[in-house]
Design a protein around this ligand. Structure first.
Ligand code: NOJ
Length: 760
């Protein structure tokens, strides 16, 4: 299969290729002329000023900041969210600086602003680009009202190591799903027109490879071969940029020996030359001076030069450009034309945002921030509801029948925590808006006695003195609802864990309440997949809620009591134990893949077993080789069956297209929504390919007994990968395809990609 293959472009942006979501603004002559006119008037100091981002001062404007703004030495402010202060800063920039160039105000608007949506990993569990778009739009409206016009989102780092705290902020382990959802977020943040006052410029981050941080330890080194980088880590960035993302942020991490912030290959070759990006690149926080800490540069001056030469346009609070770039240009070490190009990139985004025409926000005159409209809370509720994944439901315990519940025990440290249910990155989130599971259950069950026992002070507590009361409540209840997991602070940036089991004495709490014999529903609130192999069989039902945000309570109550059925699906593989990490669906096969026949658990090894006593395949002796739950998995309150998978035609040229059709039937007794997923494998290729790759997905809602044909289109370009020479190629040969409800789907078929014809 190999050499005669057809070159194909990189992956497209989303599942629905019929709609062209590209918003490539092309070259706007007016914008370019205005940039040129400004550059002609700018001094070197003013040019460097546009590349300098400073932190706000919590509603204050210190004299030094005011002076620098007046002198045109600041291009952007981050982390100032007081609208009056932002307007005053804009006034200083526009009215009192020589050229009147407005500032760009940035903020981490990651999953909501005041109204908090599920963490991004939870949003990814909805697998619903339209819902994700709507959530980002809502967040943009709330943030823009304060004068914020730039968010540092979406984060599209591939999350295959749940020890890494930032998996909470990513969109899962899969490049295709991440790309589809990132593109949707960009469309939501940026709206139809970047110049609309409610639009935020998106910043796709962290370019690139951050998710591969060794040992899941934040900021750690990454080593990623170029083929892996191009096929796994870069596609979601491409998808976000094709959706129009205005800016890009570098990664803190070292990529193959060259930190991302000084990586010319990434920032210039790939981003500018191959992809044609014309927005600007911002460093991560202080990551330019950190080039010296990495051991790449001697000092801040050399770091500034390395970052500028690589393609970083704006320095996030590193003071390296402000301190050294002007001198570097004056000495001839860095060409002024390159400086001009960097400034032009920043000005282009400011002009596209309409900041010159409308630098200030109108809401700053309001005495108090307005409460979020009901529509925002409704969207947060819907997003939370759709993000929850039902992982176990023995004997159909769920949904609970409200009328049959006389006494309910609500147990655990996360049942009534307005702040913790919001998760990481919620600087502006308002916990007073939160409705907790306990509050929602009390409201939904007015006739029942709902008894709450916290049992543990926090998710990390070891003190079991509250267990006795929990056991008493459980013993006296019709059902026990246990809310466990992780507080918000256990995930997010710089919050990694070496052991991802339930922290503290939580598992012992499960043991204690289970011993009462009362049915147990475990609801997990957490910022990452937890390793739950030792817990899962101890409970009757398990709902995985991530950190669901402001409206966690009503969403969970609706699901527990059957007002809605769970429809979330895992955007990440769940390991059984921490030591299996990294474990993900799109792994390659190895030459010795494990099989049921070759797998031996250490407990089954006889005494004195020899080195030859196992099947010599790729697995750990002390756990199974499969995950606890596969990527894409999730139960509902009904069941679905798949059959009659067919591919037409069964051959196609490399630039052709096939239709993949399958019958899906609701075989249960309730209406439900299934997420139909399509996976492929290229079983023989010039570069070994993953055993499963997600290529498409679609939600179908079916009534009991209803059957529907679901058809997907697969194009040659969808099957392309970076070949040995790193160009994208669709190679001729056999292709396998599976359709089903998770990455372990067994209903498969094959088709063939033909050799390209001379005239095709
Ligand atoms: C550091 C984080 O890595 C980045 O994601 C964030 O946007 C910036 N700080 C700004 O807060």
């Amino acid at each position: 299969m190999h050499p005669s293959a057809a070159a194909a472009p990189g992956p497209g942006p989303g599942p629905d290729r019929d709609h062209d979501h590209d918003q490539d603004p092309g070259v706007d002559r007016d914008v370019e002329a205005r940039i040129r006119a400004l550059l002609d008037r700018m001094t070197p100091a003013e040019k460097v000023g546009q590349l300098n981002q400073l932190s706000g001062a919590d509603g204050m404007i210190p004299d030094a900041l005011a002076r620098q703004v007046r002198e045109g030495r600041v291009g952007s402010i981050l982390n100032e969210v007081d609208p009056r202060t932002l307007n005053e800063l804009q006034r200083l920039a526009v009215d009192e600086s020589r050229l009147g160039i407005p500032l760009l105000a940035g903020r981490d608007v990651i999953h909501g602003f005041r109204t908090i949506l599920p963490i991004p990993l939870g949003l990814a569990a909805t697998w619903d680009p339209e819902l994700v778009r709507a959530g980002a739009r809502m967040a943009a409206v709330e943030a823009a009202a304060c004068g914020i016009r730039w968010t540092f989102a979406p984060m599209v780092d591939i999350g295959r190591d749940p020890r890494w705290g930032r998996v909470a902020e990513c969109l899962g382990e899969d490049p295709f799903l991440s790309g589809v959802l990132a593109a949707a977020m960009v469309r939501g943040f940026q709206g139809d027109d970047l110049a609309d006052p409610t639009s935020l410029a998106a910043c796709v981050k962290h370019f690139a490879g951050y998710g591969a941080s060794e040992a899941g330890r934040d900021y750690n080194t990454t080593n990623i071969p170029e083929g892996e980088l191009r096929s796994v880590h870069l596609p979601p960035f491409r998808a976000a940029l094709e959706a129009g993302a205005a800016t890009v942020m570098t990664s803190f991490s070292d990529l193959n020996g060259i930190p991302a912030t000084a990586n010319r290959f990434l920032l210039t070759q790939v981003l500018r030359e191959e992809w044609g990006f014309d927005g600007f690149v911002v460093s991560d926080w202080d990551s330019i001076p950190q080039l010296t800490v990495h051991g790449l540069t001697e000092d801040a001056r050399a770091a500034a030069l390395a970052a500028a030469e690589a393609g970083v346009d704006m320095d996030m609070v590193g003071h390296a450009y402000a301190g050294h770039l002007e001198a570097l240009v004056a000495s001839g070490a860095f060409p002024e034309a390159r400086l001009d190009a960097m400034v032009a990139n920043v000005l282009r985004v400011k002009l596209r945002l309409g900041l010159f025409e409308a630098p200030c926000t109108a809401t700053a005159t309001a005495p108090e921030p307005a409460a979020p409209p009901a529509a925002h809370l409704a969207l947060a509720r819907e997003s939370a509801l759709r993000s929850v994944v039902l992982l176990r439901n023995e004997g159909g315990l769920l949904p609970l029948e409200a009328a049959a519940l006389g006494r309910v025990a609500v147990i655990g440290p996360l049942a009534d925590e307005p702040r913790e249910q919001l998760g990481t990155w919620v600087f502006d989130g308002d916990p007073s808006l939160s409705v907790t599971p306990l509050a929602a259950l009390r409201e939904a069950l007015p006739g029942a006695r709902v008894r709450h026992v916290r049992a543990l002070d926090t998710s990390r507590s070891e003190d079991r003195s509250g267990f006795a009361e929990a056991v008493e409540a459980a013993a006296d209840a019709d059902v026990v609802l246990v809310f466990l997991g992780e507080e918000a602070v256990l995930s997010g940036e710089a919050h990694c864990r070496a052991d991802i089991t339930l922290p503290g004495a939580q598992e012992a709490l499960v043991d204690a309440v289970r011993a009462t014999g009362t049915p147990v529903v475990l609801v997990i609130l957490a910022g990452r997949p937890l390793a739950l192999a030792s817990v899962v069989d101890k409970v009757d039902a398990l709902l995985y809620a991530w950190h669901p945000g402001t409206m966690a309570g009503p969403a969970l109550a609706d699901l527990l009591l059957g007002k809605a059925a769970p429809s979330g699906r895992l955007p990440v593989t769940f390991p059984r134990v921490t030591g299996q990490i990294p474990i993900y669906h799109a792994h390659r096969n190895t030459g010795r893949p494990p099989t049921p026949e070759t797998f031996v658990h250490l407990r089954d090894l006889p005494r004195g077993a020899s080195q030859l006593s196992t099947g010599a395949t790729s697995y750990h002796l002390d756990t199974h080789y499969t995950p606890l739950f596969p990527f894409g998995f999730g139960l509902g309150y009904t069941t679905f069956a798949y059959d009659a998978l067919r591919v037409e035609p069964v051959t196609m040229p490399p630039d052709g297209v096939v239709q993949v059709a399958v019958e899906v039937e609701n075989t249960g007794s309730r209406r439900g929504t299934e997420l139909v997923q399509l996976y492929v494998r290229d079983p023989v290729a010039s570069v070994t390919r993953p055993v499963r790759e997600l290529k498409s997905f679609r939600h179908v809602e079916l009534a009991p007994g209803e059957r529907r044909t679901v058809t997907f289109e697969l194009r040659g370009a969808d099957l392309a990968f970076p070949g040995r020479d790193m160009t994208w190629v669709t190679e001729p040969g056999r292709m396998q395809v599976w359709v089903g409800g998770d990455a372990h789907a067994t209903l498969g078929a094959e088709f063939r990609i033909m050799e390209p014809q001379p005239d095709s």
